[in-house]
Ligand binder design. Structure first.
Ligand code: ZN
Length: 120
C-alpha cells in the first residue's frame, strides 16, 4: 500500500491496472496495482474508504480541492487558475484553525488575502 506523495510518484509512467478479487458480481476486494513493480498500490474491501481506514472507521475527513476553491471564487465573480487555487489551498492548510475548521468563509478569506498579496 502507498500512503505518500513520494511513494505514488515513484510509480509515475509505470503500467497501472485496476483489478478485483472474488467474482465479478461479488468482489471481496479491489485494488490498483503497479504491473511494472508487481506491487499493490491501493487495496480496498467493500465498505473501506481510501485514507480513513487506518483507524478502524474511527476517523472522519473532509476533503477540500482546487475545484472547491475555484467554484467558490467563480460564485464571487473571481477567476482563478489551477495554480492559484492550489496556492490558496496550501495557505488554507497551513493556516487551519481547529476551532474554526475549513468552510466557505475560510476559503473566501484566504482567496481575498492571496489576491491582495499578489496585487502587491
Ligand atoms: Zn511501479
Amino acid at each position: 500500500m502507498i500512503n505518500t506523495f513520494d511513494e505514488l510518484l515513484s510509480h509515475a509512467g509505470h503500467k497501472i491496472e485496476a483489478v478485483y478479487y472474488g467474482t465479478e458480481n461479488q468482489a471481496v476486494s479491489t485494488a490498483i496495482e503497479c504491473v511494472t513493480c508487481g506491487m499493490v498500490l491501493i487495496d480496498l474491501s467493500p465498505g473501506q474508504t481510501v485514507g480513513v481506514d487506518d483507524n478502524d472507521g474511527k476517523t472522519i475527513a473532509h476533503v477540500w480541492s482546487v475545484v472547491d476553491v475555484m467554484d467558490r471564487a467563480k460564485e464571487r465573480h473571481i477567476n482563478l487558475s489551477d495554480q492559484q487555487c492550489l496556492e490558496i489551498l496550501a495557505r488554507v492548510d497551513d493556516g487551519k484553525d481547529a476551532s474554526i475548521g475549513i468552510n466557505w468563509d475560510v476559503l473566501d478569506s484566504h482567496t481575498d488575502d492571496y489576491l491582495a498579496l499578489m496585487s502587491g
